[in-house]
Design a protein around this ligand. Structure first.
Ligand code: FAD
Ligand code: SF4
Ligand code: SF4
Length: 477
């Protein structure tokens, strides 16, 4: 019975859920894909060939049991499929929406490799969990018994929240501190709604609140509350603060009005989406409406900026990237979405300086790809004499993020960091140089992915539970 429903990849072609037309979706910040209808999800799941050695699973950072939940979906056993999918993933509906599947599970699907088009794993994962929420299958977190030990988590992004979920399920008292006024980290204020609608994140935060997780918001650790005070209050501490220092650009005019940082631009837009009062948006400083916008960078943050500018009603949107399309770090799927929505990519180009005050243009250097560097990646080289001027009223710099100097900011020089400024933590145990202090997510890995932060948070929770079980841990309180 089960077999008949599977292995349909030869007769059924790959289909994603319907994508809204580009001109329509450019009018709002709603997600661009609609939901699978149940029959379509079952049919698509049935394309899986049930590999004995599933490469999709091996390349999912959470090692999700993908073949099993695909088979159950194909058989119409949706609740069982959901139960299996949520067993290894704290936020499956979020990963289904925003994992770069082409680089992870789907990119390694054998059907994709054999030229039939991958099983649409992410879309099925999203469908299952959205269906579970609708049908009340997502159960409240109810620990069997409360424990006395408490853990303080600094940072309410996916790393901190995944750990909070796992620890609370074991009855641990959990307090999450965050400097923002809402939890969710970059899922709330970085990633735009057209990739991840905010109610999807909010319902998970609410689930944690209802489970008894305490959120202390508007609390900038190191400023409003000392790190040592948090250590003194809890039996263990988890640092999950992400990376927020914008990688700089040294060029004439970089500080002028109208040249802004991607994180400020995206945060203002997301805040506006929540209905907040955002003076920098209302004044036009962080609003692309009617402007000629130039975004600098080729990663996912740059893709989010260009597509946000389109939705804000920019007159034109150009993206400057110093390498070519094949060598950009951002997802090809997102580039295609941006192009459909009207973004113009100017490959092999980089800003040399900015003119005007406020900004009225970018001096652009043309580049070519030269010899590979030590990592094997071709280095961009300037083509002398080929500069030109690109008119711009708003320039958004999306050149990546670096960690803040936590040991200095928090007055804890004993907290060891790497030469890149990320926290030195054991990759398995997530322990740091300070006893009872653990660290996860981007602040350890450097700018990474939500799914890796979830994996870290889950593993760190196990490690913290082992630490709490040692008599010395609580005695040290
Ligand atoms: P964060 O999500 O950054 O959360 C850290 C939290 O710590 C924040 O809420 C912050 O306010 C808080 N904090 C920091 N310092 C302090 C302090 N001193 N005191 C109190 N609180 C503090 N990943 C994907 O998988 N898919 C995507 O599509 C994707 N798109 C992205 C788009 C953008 C624009 C950006 C910037 C990133 C994107 N990422 C994406 C990456 C992903 O968002 C991060 O890898 C992930 O959020 C890291 O999780 P985290 O928990 O380590 O940190
Ligand atoms: Fe794929 Fe991400 Fe889901 Fe893993 S968590 S199966 S990588 S979409
Ligand atoms: Fe199914 Fe593809 Fe995974 Fe094989 S690799 S189990 S075909 S989803």
């Amino acid at each position: 019975m089960a077999k008949q429903r599977m292995l349909k990849f030869v007769t059924v072609s790959k289909e994603m859920p319907e994508k809204r037309a580009a001109d329509q979706r450019a009018q709002d910040f709603g997600e661009i894909y609609r939901e699978f209808a149940t029959k379509k999800a079952e049919e698509q799941a049935g394309r899986c060939s049930q590999c004995g050695v599933p490469y999709c699973q091996a390349h999912c950072p959470l090692h999700n049991n993908i073949p099993d939940w695909l088979r159950l979906t194909a058989e119409g056993r949706l609740q069982e499929a959901y139960e299996i999918s949520q067993a290894t993933n704290t936020f499956p509906e979020i990963c289904g929406r925003i994992c770069p599947q082409d680089r992870l599970c789907e990119g390694n699907c054998v059907i994709e490799q054999s030229g039939h088009g991958t099983v649409t794993i992410g879309a099925v994962e999203k469908f299952l969990t959205d269906t579970a929420w609708e049908n009340g299958w997502v159960k409240p977190i109810r620990p069997a018994a409360d424990r006395s030990e408490s853990v303080g988590i600094i940072g309410a992004g996916p790393g901190g929240l995944a750990a909070a979920d796992a620890l609370r399920r074991q009855g641990v008292q959990v307090t999450v501190y965050d400097r923002y006024d809402r939890a969710g980290g970059l899922m709330t204020y970085g990633i735009p709604g057209f990739k991840l609608e905010k109610h999807v994140v909010q319902q998970r935060i609410q689930q944690l609140e209802e489970a008894g997780v305490q959120f202390v918001l508007n609390c900038n650790v190191g400023e409003d509350l000392a790190f040592d005070a948090i250590r003194g209050k809890h039996d263990a501490v988890l640092i999950a603060t992400g990376v927020y220092k914008t990688r700089g650009l040294k060029a004439p005019g970089v500080g002028v009005e109208g040249v802004v940082r991607a994180i400020d631009y995206l945060t203002a837009s997301n805040r506006k989406g929540f209905g907040d009062d955002v003076p920098e948006y209302d004044s036009g400083e962080l609003n692309a409406a009617g402007k000629r916008v130039v975004v600098v960078g080729g990663g996912d943050t740059a893709m989010d900026c260009v597509r946000t500018a389109i939705r804000q009603g920019a007159q034109s949107v150009k993206c400057l990237y110093r390498r070519d399309r094949a060598n950009m770090p951002g997802s090809q799927r997102e580039v295609a979405n941006a192009e459909e929505e009207g973004v113009d990519f100017v490959w092999l180009s980089a800003p040399k300086g900015f003119t005007g005050e406020p900004v009225d243009g970018v001096i652009v250097e043309r580049m070519r790809l030269g010899a590979p560097d030590a990592s094997g990646r071709q280095m961009p080289e300037v083509i002398e004499g080929a500069d030109y001027s690109e008119p711009a009223d708003l320039v958004v710099l999306a050149l990546g993020f670096e960690p803040e100097e936590l040991p200095t900011l928090w007055g804890v020089p004993e907290l060891e960091v790497t030469r890149w400024g990320t926290i030195k933590a054991d990759f398995r145990e997530h322990t740091t140089s300070l006893p009872g202090v653990f660290a996860v997510g981007d602040i350890v890995r450097g700018a990474s992915l939500v799914v890796w932060a979830i994996r870290d948070g889950r593993d760190a929770a196990d490690s913290i539970l082992r630490y709490l079980a040692q008599p010395a841990a609580v005695a040290a309180e």
